[in-house]
Design a binder for this molecule. Structure first.
Ligand SMILES: CC(C)(COP(=O)(O)OP(=O)(O)OC[C@H]1O[C@@H](n2cnc3c(N)ncnc32)[C@H](O)[C@@H]1OP(=O)(O)O)[C@@H](O)C(=O)NCCC(=O)NCCS
Length: 167
């Protein structure tokens, strides 16, 4: 079951995300800074007892034509899948796929009124499992030479909005 995350869920999201991304950077610092931004939404998948199994974070940003993020001006809005993680115990049961579909649905819903043409994400170059999931839901590689904070090689992927996902 998927629900919007509340402030009370933030410590769980930060702890779970920091664990999932510990190779990529200091996510105990990065995740709270994302969660406090007004344009960032988060969802949790939980079991019947309400225990979290995975989460997804979607950010809406304005961007100027040079690609720099900024809060005002003549920028256009872009949507970023900031994080997607499922606790190791619950992986390969379809939870990540359901969270991703949910995020895509939300992005599709707001895209026309906010003039958002694509949903973007960054994924580690060696994370082939996640890349398969993203490719299956319509994401394509747009930059094969990105890097994370600690220098790990990464891919930027994007999925057009307004185009149904291939199931
Ligand atoms: C990536 C992640 C979110 C996937 O969640 P999940 O619940 O395991 O995903 P699903 O069960 O919905 O799997 C959907 C598809 O993803 C792909 N996939 C997921 N994990 C995979 C793996 N370890 N190896 C190969 N393919 C994988 C497969 O195509 C899979 O479909 P299939 O099981 O029919 O082959 C999860 O593995 C995770 O949290 N990993 C650590 C954090 C991370 O890497 N997040 C993404 C960073 S951008």
């Amino acid at each position: 079951m998927i629900r919007r995350a509340e402030v009370a869920d933030h410590p769980w999201i930060i702890a779970s995300g920091a664990e999932a991304y510990h190779d990529l950077g200091d996510y105990t610092r990065i995740l709270p800074s994302w969660l406090e931004q007004p344009g960032v939404l988060a969802w949790i998948d939980h079991d019947a007892q309400g225990r979290g199994r995975g989460f997804a974070m979607l950010g809406f940003y304005t961007e100027d034509p040079t690609g720099a993020r900024s809060a005002a001006g003549t920028q256009h809005v872009v949507a970023d899948l900031l994080a997607l993680a499922v606790l190791p115990l619950y992986q390969r049961r379809g939870i990540g796929g359901k969270l991703l579909s949910h995020v895509i649905e939300v992005a599709e819903r707001v895209a026309p009124s906010s003039h958002i043409s694509q949903l973007r994400l960054t994924v580690a170059e060696d994370n082939v499992g996640a890349q398969r999931l993203y490719a299956r839901t319509g994401f394509r590689i747009v930059d094969g030479s990105a890097t994370y904070d600690r220098g790990q090689r990464a891919l930027r992927m994007a999925r057009p909005l307004g185009t149904p996902a291939r199931k």
